[in-house]
Design a protein around this ligand. Structure first.
Ligand code: HEC
Ligand code: HEC
Ligand code: HEC
Ligand code: HEC
Ligand code: HEC
Length: 478
């Protein structure tokens, strides 16, 4: 044992193995942390597990150590008291030195500890942690990375403002962690709306999107390619009547001031809407529309769901594509060469085939596209093999960001409500068969939501007039 009056601190700590372990843990955590800190600070770390170690595991070790040390001291208090009396050293001096050591380390610990735990909490809020650490969320993370919100953190939408939002998000996170560990997560993960958990509230969206505006009108140019030999291109041009809270248009009609639309649905995904109540506070108008077709035969239930942003924008960031629009986009962007004969038709078939895993798709999709040209267009294949290769990779990328066979996510698992061509969307209510007692229906006129300026035309006159026919295909978003 060291001379007790020389090293009272060490004397104290060494009296019990728990306090020794505690000190070792604290020092290990701090040193490891100092070493990996520069890497973490340099920017985004791609490997989510690195962050998990740095900001979750190390703080646990650190605080574990902090707790163990005083427990050890407490357990060894008899021995320590004995040591003081028989060790024959200056008790007052020893206590003073211990007080200094304890004081200084406490200040340091608070400084480092708050930093570490602050970092731990904020790391748990990064998209890498939410989407990357937890592989069952891989589909949501993949779609998110390919969306206009890819720079918005998960918590920006999924955690409601205030303490209760934070608590319920941590509760949900813990449940998900347990499910992941027990491998009991449902596959596919039910949509947030379906389970009524962590659904972004209107206030959450309006935190970033100025409620009075959300744009006036939008010019939408949708480019499509036909499944023929030359992949014939056509364009649809729609002027979307977006409007805003204060303005008329789509937003004004549903989320304008004093407007309340409540509805009842017969399924948890809210795909079949049976009853809609409309209320306009300023005009005093109140109406109820009931689905008239026999399949939707309205139950008596009252309309309790208040319509909000996510009832239309249910896929603002987890925007999964369908095979055809996915291919149209890749063709328009030049990722797939439009001049390869039948490339649209063949790629669509490859995308819709069944594979047991993404690994199997990665093996088969590019090689089968190659094989198609080898067999049917040998001269194209020998001259433009590199383009065929590139096309194969682009088709595979579409598959890999939309279909996750191991997780039960396939084409159309999560329908998008913003439209009406791929899933019912707006036509869940605007189908011309939701009727009020006075015989009025929720309108389905083709120009109430958008002015169709061109429909599937080879060279829309409107784009020629605007002089943007060529440039537009590179500027479109879909
Ligand atoms: C722009 C807002 C927004 C952001 C940012 C966002 N989400 Fe979502 N998320 C939603 C909405 C809206 C839903 C509900 C979709 C539905 O119910 O149809 C949802 C649903 C989910 C679901 C349930 C399954 C599903 O697809 O419906 C998971 C899991 C999820 N999000 C994870 C994440 C992760 C992980 C991140 C960050 C990488 C993230 N979200 C970022 C808006 C967002
Ligand atoms: C933390 C800020 C933030 C939050 C919260 C947020 N957004 Fe966004 N949103 C953005 C940014 C940034 C963009 C990209 C800029 C742009 O396209 O205008 C964007 C773009 C959009 C777009 C345009 C998409 C396109 O095709 O260009 C829509 C629609 C949208 N958001 C809807 C929503 C909805 C609905 C919610 C709530 C569920 C929401 N946002 C929550 C920041 C946010
Ligand atoms: C009735 C359905 C519906 C509701 C409810 C709705 N939106 Fe929209 N929103 C749309 C449509 C349709 C578009 C246009 C999409 C397009 O351009 O193709 C749009 C466009 C947008 C855009 C993009 C505008 C731009 O400049 O491109 C934003 C941002 C947006 N909405 C935010 C919101 C927010 C926030 C809420 C809730 C307060 C909301 N929306 C409620 C249907 C809706
Ligand atoms: C839950 C039911 C519901 C859904 C879903 C819905 N709407 Fe509506 N919408 C209504 C009701 C109710 C009205 C008011 C009808 C009236 O004024 O008689 C309305 C009115 C409108 C109007 C004004 C029509 C006019 O002539 O004044 C537009 C535009 C519109 N909706 C667009 C959309 C778009 C775009 C979508 C999909 C993105 C959509 N709606 C989805 C219920 C719905
Ligand atoms: C309740 C509003 C509403 C009504 C009524 C409506 N649409 Fe649409 N339509 C939309 C929205 C929203 C989109 C999606 C635009 C986008 O892609 O962002 C859309 C998209 C489209 C598209 C492009 C789809 C694609 O991807 O190719 C076509 C074509 C179309 N509508 C035709 C029609 C026709 C024809 C009618 C009349 C039967 C009609 N719409 C009535 C709201 C409406």
């Amino acid at each position: 044992m060291p001379e007790p009056n020389q090293r009272p601190t060490w004397f104290l700590i060494s009296q019990h193995w728990l306090s020794v372990t505690g000190v070792v843990l604290v020092i290990t955590a701090v040193l490891t942390w100092i070493f990996i800190l520069p890497v973490q600070l340099r920017g985004h770390v791609d490997n989510p597990y690195a962050g998990l170690v740095a900001f979750v595991l190390l703080p646990v070790v650190f605080f574990g150590g902090l707790v163990l040390t005083p427990i050890g001291l407490f357990l060894a208090k008899r021995r320590i008291r004995h040591g003081f009396s028989s060790g024959g050293f200056d008790r007052k001096n020893a206590l003073r030195r211990i007080a200094i050591v304890v004081g200084v380390t406490t200040v340091l610990n608070i400084l480092i500890g708050t930093q570490v735990s602050y970092r731990a909490v904020s790391h748990m809020e990064t998209p890498q942690f939410c989407g990357g650490t937890c592989h069952v969320m891989a589909p949501e993370y993949a779609a998110y990375q390919n969306s206009p919100h890819s720079r918005v953190e998960c918590v920006g939408c999924h955690v409601a403002p205030g303490a209760s939002g934070w608590v319920s998000s941590k509760a949900a996170g813990t449940r998900q962690l347990v499910e992941t560990i027990l491998k009991s997560s449902p596959k596919p993960i039910p949509s947030a709306i379906e389970t009524n958990r962590l659904v972004p509230a209107r206030e959450t969206c309006e935190h970033c999107h100025w409620p009075e505006k959300f744009s006036g009108v939008n010019l939408r140019v949708l480019t499509k390619y036909a499944p023929d030999e030359t992949n014939t291109r056509t364009q649809t041009v729609l002027l979307m009547m977006v409007g805003g809270d204060k303005y008329k248009g789509i937003h004004g009609a549903h989320v304008g001031p004093g407007i309340h639309i409540r509805f009842a649905a017969s399924d948890p995904k809210r795909q079949t809407i049976t009853r809609v109540q409309y209320e306009n506070e300023s005009s005093g108008l109140k109406e109820e529309f009931v689905a008239s077709d026999s399949q939707k035969a309205a139950p008596d239930g009252t309309a309790t769901i208040e319509m909000q942003c996510v009832d239309c924008h249910n896929r603002p960031t987890h925007t999964f594509e369908m095979p055809e629009p996915g291919l149209d986009k890749a063709l328009a962007l030049g990722e797939i060469a439009v001049t390869l004969p039948y490339v649209k038709k063949e790629s669509a078939q490859l995308l819709q085939a069944t594979y047991t895993s993404q690994a199997e798709a990665s093996e088969k999709i590019p090689s089968q596209l190659n094989a198609y040209y080898q067999q049917n267009y040998p001269s194209v294949y020998s001259q433009r093999g590199a383009e065929v290769d590139r096309a194969g990779k682009a088709v595979l990328a579409i598959y890999n960001r939309n279909v996750f066979p191991e997780l039960g996510v396939t084409w159309g698992t999560y329908p998008n409500n913003l439209g009406h061509t791929e899933s019912p969307g707006c036509f869940r209510c605007h189908d011309g068969s939701h009727t009020s007692s006075s015989g009025k229906t929720i309108p389905q006129d083709c120009n109430s939501c958008h002015e169709p300026l061109a429909m599937d035309e080879a060279s829309p006159e409107i784009l020629q007039k605007l002089g943007i026919a060529e440039r537009i295909s590179a500027l479109q978003r879909k």
